[in-house]
Design a protein around this ligand. Structure first.
Ligand SMILES: [Zn+2]
Length: 282
């Protein structure tokens, strides 16, 4: 723990502008180095949010330096949006288009209600409403979520932990193919057994992994399946042992990211009596 706090303090003192070698748009003026992965933002972002994102990146990769190296090799980086910035304000994403009706990433409910939820919006309207944080070679994070601040649409869960886990999964394809294959096998087994029914985790193997990561680090909103509760890492291990086994391979036996403000947060559970099912009804 002391080593982690020291690392966080060192990161906090390492404020700098992005190295010229990154060839970034002048939009980016702040920079941190997280296990070799650049964490950047415009001048508007609170420095504390960059420090938090950098500490989470470093911590999530600490068990797997091989995956960290692969992500550095591929050129992954993280952009931290200020509260007043949106997904399409990031210069690399300014021309993003909304997904087509047959996009495999759409959830069951988005597909069913495509025109109403997606079709009628412009690209910018769609993306600004859809997400404040996306995984990918450029992964974005939102200041208000990292700092558990006001006007956080994801209050109660750390979306950056979710998004960054997508990147780790993708890196495993080239750095550790057997691991990548085991994650897909765990997903297939879970779907066959009827686990995560209707939940976001059931959308794709990618979302299964990312939601699993959130539970592993005790930073996911509660899930209920016909009265059964999954909230803690222990609940996850009992509910879906193959998923827990692959998560352990990547993160070790650690269940707490020190910089995660939503770790074991009471707002992971909504007030009032729990529903029998938490899956979206549409
Ligand atoms: Zn996701």
């Amino acid at each position: 723990m002391i080593a982690r706090l020291l690392a966080a303090a060192l990161l906090a003192s390492a404020a700098a502008s992005p190295p010229a070698a990154l060839h970034l748009d002048p939009f980016y003026t702040q920079y941190r180095n997280a296990a070799g992965i650049p964490v950047v933002s415009s001048a508007r972002t609170q420095p504390e949010a960059l420090d938090t994102a950098a500490a989470i990146v470093t911590d999530m990769l600490s068990h797997r330096p091989d995956l960290a190296r692969e992500m550095v090799r591929q050129g992954y980086r993280v952009a931290v949006m200020a509260p007043e910035e949106t997904t399409l304000d990031l210069p690399e994403q300014a021309d993003w288009k909304k997904p087509a009706p047959d996009d495999a990433r759409l959830t069951r409910c988005e597909r069913k209600h495509y025109d109403e939820r997606i079709g009628r919006y412009t690209d910018r309207q769609y993306w600004d409403a859809r997400a404040r944080g996306m995984g990918g070679l450029l992964t974005s994070a939102a200041t208000e979520n990292l700092l558990a601040g006001a006007n956080d649409r994801y209050h109660g869960q750390n979306i950056f932990v979710h998004e960054f886990s997508h990147d780790i999964f993708r890196a495993s394809y080239t750095a550790d193919l057997p691991l990548y294959t085991r994650i897909h096998a765990a997903y297939a087994a879970a779907m066959k057994a009827g686990r995560w029914q209707g939940e976001y985790a059931s959308t794709t193997a990618e979302e299964y992994w990312a939601v699993g990561t959130q539970f592993w680090f005790n930073s996911a909103p509660v899930a209920r399946f016909d009265g059964r509760t999954v909230l803690s890492d222990a609940d996850l291990s009992a509910y879906d042992p193959p998923l827990a086994a692959v998560l352990r391979q990547v993160y070790g036996d650690r269940h707490h990211l020190a910089a995660d403000r939503f770790w074991q947060h009471p707002d992971r559970v909504p007030p009032g009596p729990l529903p029998r099912f938490t899956a979206e009804v549409c």
